[in-house]
Design a protein around this ligand. Structure first.
Ligand code: HEM
Length: 413
């Protein structure tokens, strides 16, 4: 008897609903798997994922956020050509280019700056909840999960809150361009957004030149490292956009994933509500169990062999964080959601190695504040009844919700 071929198709309805059985099969039967349909190698075991991200000589971060490296249609390229190049930024650069950028950004995006945001994040969480607490029902993605990281980031960057809806639309367009699965007309519209976003941040940076500002963009312009050039305007624009996109879509997804996972495991939720000291481990477990960035990409620089499989130079490869995070060789009972698990140092939801997430402390801080507060402020929080209340987003390498309706009890006044 032959088993059916493995079909890796993250956007299919079954895999959007529950991809984990497929990942388990990949780890078991084809840990280094070639998907003909996507022209993509998928690396699914923990040890192999680490081997890839640690060997930056063989595996370049070029195209790290592009699910497909097929060229974009010409009309889309024509629009993008009216803007600035989208790369290199931190995520998709290598070697000295990456080291210099990372050092410069680290000077501005400091642990102190993140820690100072705590009070502000608490206020923002409550202000957002105040707006819908009396309604008894809300799409929590629309009303809360997008807005919270956007408030945090616009506070840090020193840009007006009124611009959030536009910045959010532009960020989605940026991702749709990277994914490149939409029709040409749609992609052309998205490309116009990308160019508009670049202009917005070039102007924002220009307006800070020569002024002693405190915000993150001003600090980026002021940052200096011993043996490197200060950041240029175009570089600073790309880094700022990188921070804004990497820093909001991921936190949004974690909030939705966190709520659904906790609601599906009421004993674990109860354990955290009874013992707030479990909150930090709960956040790590949510990230391990339902990783928002399911996987990112690498370009193979030279013919190589990984786990006995030959991979040719030029190959496009997906390091599958979400599968690695369920690897039974590393995490006992890997499919069990356990808020007492200690996997902070082990899980790869924030990546590993030189490109490991720069914003992890900021993501953790927001999730530690937001998730318990939602349960505290919205009594008997539950999934809303009805059709289509939980709709998944369709980004190839990410896992999260586009819409998530929840309900709670509202006291009569
Ligand atoms: C739960 C939320 C988050 C998750 C799951 C996440 C995940 C990741 C992952 C997996 C990487 C590694 C990329 C690679 O190896 O190719 C990464 C890199 C990065 N993240 Fe995050 N991230 C989150 C939040 C944030 C936040 C809040 C920020 C900043 C505001 C941020 C900024 C970045 C940047 C700049 C990089 C690139 C670092 C480099 O290449 O040197 N992320 N993130």
């Amino acid at each position: 008897m032959t088993s059916c071929p493995i079909r890796f198709d993250p956007l299919s309805p079954e895999q959007l609903a529950d991809p984990y059985p497929l990942y388990a099969r990949l780890r078991r039967e084809a840990p280094v798997f070639y998907s003909e349909a996507h022209g993509l190698w998928v690396v699914s075991r923990y040890e192999d994922v680490l081997a890839v991200v640690r060997d930056t000589e063989t595996f370049s971060s070029q195209n790290a956020v592009r699910a497909s490296v097929r060229p974009l249609p010409q009309p889309v390229l024509d629009v993008l050509a009216t803007g600035r190049p989208m790369a290199p930024t931190l995520t998709d650069s290598d070697g000295q280019v990456h080291r210099r950028l990372r050092l410069l950004v680290s000077k501005a995006f400091t642990p102190k700056r993140v820690a100072e945001l705590e009070g502000r994040i608490r206020e923002n969480v409550d202000a957002l909840i105040d707006e819908f607490a009396g309604d008894g029902r809300a799409d929590i993605i629309e009303r809360f999960a997008w807005n919270l990281p956007m408030f945090t980031l616009t506070d840090m960057l020193g840009i007006p809150r009124d611009d959030i809806p536009t910045l959010h639309r532009w960020s989605v367009s940026w991702l749709r361009i990277l994914q490149a699965t939409d029709g040409v007309e749609e992609l052309v519209t998205r490309a116009h957004d990308v160019v508009a976003m670049q202009r917005y941040f070039m102007d924002a940076l220009q307006s800070r030149v020569g002024k002693a500002g405190e915000d993150l963009m001003s600090s980026l312009l002021d940052a200096r490292v011993a043996d490197g050039e200060p950041i240029g305007h175009e570089e600073a624009m790309r880094v700022t956009i990188n921070l804004l996109i990497a820093g909001h879509v991921t936190v949004t997804r974690s909030i939705g994933n966190g709520l659904t996972t906790l609601l599906a495991h009421s004993d674990q939720l109860q354990a955290v509500l009874n013992d707030p000291d479990l909150v930090p481990a709960m956040v790590e477990e949510i990230l391990r169990f339902e990783s928002p960035a399911q996987g990112l990409f690498r370009t193979v620089r030279k013919d190589t062999v990984l786990n006995d499989v030959a991979i040719p130079a030029g190959a496009h490869l997906m390091v599958h964080w979400a599968s690695a995070n369920r690897d039974e060789r590393v995490f006992g009972g890997s499919d069990v959601f356990d808020v007492t698990r200690d996997s902070m140092a082990t899980h790869v939801a924030f990546g590993k190695g030189v490109h490991a997430c720069l914003g992890a402390p900021l993501a953790r801080l927001q999730l530690k504040i937001a998730l318990p507060r939602l349960f505290e402020r919205l009594p008997n929080l539950r999934m809303a009844a009805g059709e289509d209340t939980a709709v998944r987003d369709t980004i190839f390498f990410a896992r999260g919700f586009k819409r998530l309706e929840i309900e709670w009890d509202v006291k009569d006044s």
